[in-house]
Design a protein around this ligand. Structure first.
Ligand code: ISL
Length: 539
């Protein structure tokens, strides 16, 4: 099967609220992103994944969309979007949008119509159910706390929301809902965007009997058995047929519960569904039934190796994976995965990057990761913005019996706001992110962790990432093969590019006979432009 462009790409995720503000309102925006595109071009990334910029009441920072075809005024206008897209393309970078279609905002026109009467034509765009014995139809808990069911006085029924109550789940069983989603995908693809990161796409199909489960400490049962793992593939195939097959896109599905087996369906190299999966096994190695993800234990290296090994070998030649440590839902890698002090933070950041980027799959860099940005020293929950952090604090202190300090330790280690503090551009006021008051505080360590200090320093974390990205592109330029006859082996190495390419001669060939070469001195660990040689050894 021919290699696809997204298999040699490196993706950079932008969280627009926190990347670059251009108008001093303390919130990042599209003109701000455009102004920083040369920085990303210098880093060398191929694809930008833009977290949501659509119209939204921002209950969940844009993951609650009230108009899929409009830009939130706080981020700018559609013209600003078009300018950003054009500039990115000019600089050779593609742009992938966040498609949040498991749910909309409760302020979307569809939901306003839907809740207005039981007979409204939009009623079936969402899941509405009668009470059972005067209660919610089932006892599952939503990701951001409380029940998955919200009572709506207007029509005296409950509606389903797997996330916040301002994020009602769209009813994908309804073909009109699917048509709407395919249409809006067309709208953005026709504009020239290069694909989609699909938010919680693994959750769009539900067990519509809405079962109950064993309640945990919060009184609710976990949500995951609600997911229908078979039906989702039917709809993704339909989406491929109806929309994606008409464009050359990169699609990545956020699939929380994906296993190696289900990933072979989601991200099969036959192209029937998505390009790749974003799976969660390695970021879910810690946690407890009582406290969920809110524990301070570090993941065990042996577990991490086991998980990566299983995914690498399991998908080999069959399906494609994404490689990531960080994103806007995870704490900062250098704070979370290792016990790095400031003294060895840079080395740790480079080590984590190297470990990940040289695996098979498409690497993702989350803004600031390439600078070795760290978690934020939150002193109280009031400093956090994220609705999930507030719910977690309440759950930890009220349902789990944690003290304030214990709860804050968990938040400082795990909470999503760690990733969402403003990008650290320089050591000036507010790290060069804004001239106003930032919506989340800037980490005080911007005094020494910032882009200005790193972009021209060959030894910086930024330069290390840059080199890893180059390596990924370059490795496509080598033609290396080995021939064996009896106990003789011959290794042929050809650099098809005009650039230097890192290449480590396998140890059994070190010092062996050189048969054909176009440079007189043997290569060290770098192949020179168009260098070739053949080595012969007996094993
Ligand atoms: O961070 C999480 C809560 O612990 C994850 O479970 C997260 O909610 C899940 O990965 C889904 O994430 C996506 O959808 C959410 C949104 O809040 C996240 O930012 C987004 O990445 C709802 O749209």
């Amino acid at each position: 099967m021919a290699e696809k462009w997204w298999q040699k790409a490196v993706v950079y995720q932008i969280y627009p609220k926190s990347f670059q503000d251009s108008d001093g309102d303390g919130v990042g925006d599209l003109p701000g992103i455009t102004s920083r595109l040369p920085y990303l071009a210098k880093l060398g990334v191929d694809v930008i994944w833009l977290s949501p910029v659509y119209a939204s009441p921002m209950d969940d920072n844009g993951y609650d969309i009230s108009d899929y075809r409009a830009i939130a005024p706080v981020f700018g206008s559609m013209d600003d979007f078009d300018a950003m897209l054009a500039r990115a393309h000019e600089l050779g970078m593609k742009v992938v949008m966040d498609l949040v279609a498991n749910h909309s905002s409760d302020e979307h026109r569809w939901f306003k119509e839907s809740r207005s009467s039981r007979t409204n034509p939009y009623r079936d765009y969402y899941y509405w159910r009668d009470p059972v014995d005067g209660h919610e139809p089932s006892n599952m808990g939503a990701v951001f706390g409380g029940s998955i069911w919200e009572w709506d006085e207007m029509t005296a029924q409950y509606y389903l929301h797997c996330f916040s109550k301002k994020q009602p789940d769209l009813n994908w069983e309804n073909p009109r809902v699917r048509d709407e989603v395919y249409d809006l995908m067309d709208f953005w693809l026709a504009k020239g965007v290069d694909g989609f990161r699909m938010d919680v796409i693994g959750m769009i199909a539900k067990d519509t009997t809405f079962p109950s489960g064993e309640p945990g400490p919060t009184g609710y049962s976990p949500l995951w058995p609600l997911i229908n793992d078979d039906q989702v593939h039917v709809w993704l195939r339909e989406m491929r047929e109806r929309v994606l097959s008409r464009y050359d896109t990169m699609t990545v599905g956020e699939c929380g519960g994906a296993t190696v087996e289900t990933a072979k369906k989601y991200a099969n190299l036959d192209g029937s569904e998505l390009s790749m999966v974003f799976q969660f096994e390695h970021v879910g190695l810690t946690g407890s039934p009582e406290r969920g993800k809110w524990v301070t234990d570090k993941p065990r290296l042996s577990d991490l190796k086991r998980v990566f090994e299983r995914w690498e070998t399991g998908l080999e030649g069959v399906a494609w994976n994404s490689l990531y440590w960080d994103n806007h839902d995870q704490p900062r890698a250098v704070s979370r995965w290792v016990e790095a002090s400031e003294e060895n933070r840079e080395r740790a950041a480079k080590m984590l990057a190297t470990c990940l980027h040289l695996m098979k799959g498409t690497p993702y860099i989350y803004q600031g990761e390439e600078l070795g940005m760290t978690n934020y020293p939150f002193a109280s929950v009031e400093e956090c913005d994220d609705l999930e952090a507030h719910d977690a604090y309440r759950m930890l202190t009220q349902d789990c019996g944690c003290s304030h300090e214990e709860a804050m330790d968990a938040l400082r280690e795990i909470c999503r706001d760690n990733a969402r503090t403003p990008m650290q551009w320089d050591d000036g006021p507010e790290a060069g992110f804004t001239t106003g008051a930032p919506w989340l505080p800037v980490n005080p360590n911007h005094a020494w962790i910032n882009a200005a200090a790193q972009t021209d320093d060959a030894d910086s974390v930024f330069s290390h990432y840059r080199r890893l990205i180059e390596l990924r592109h370059e490795s496509e330029e080598l033609f290396v093969y080995e021939r064996r006859l009896g106990d003789e082996r011959m290794l042929v190495v050809c650099n098809f590019s005009k650039r230097e390419v890192v290449f480590e001669t396998p140890s059994r060939y070190v010092g062996s006979r050189r048969l054909a070469n176009n440079y007189s001195e043997p290569a060290e660990s770098v192949l020179r432009p168009f260098e070739c040689f053949a080595l012969l050894c007996t094993s």
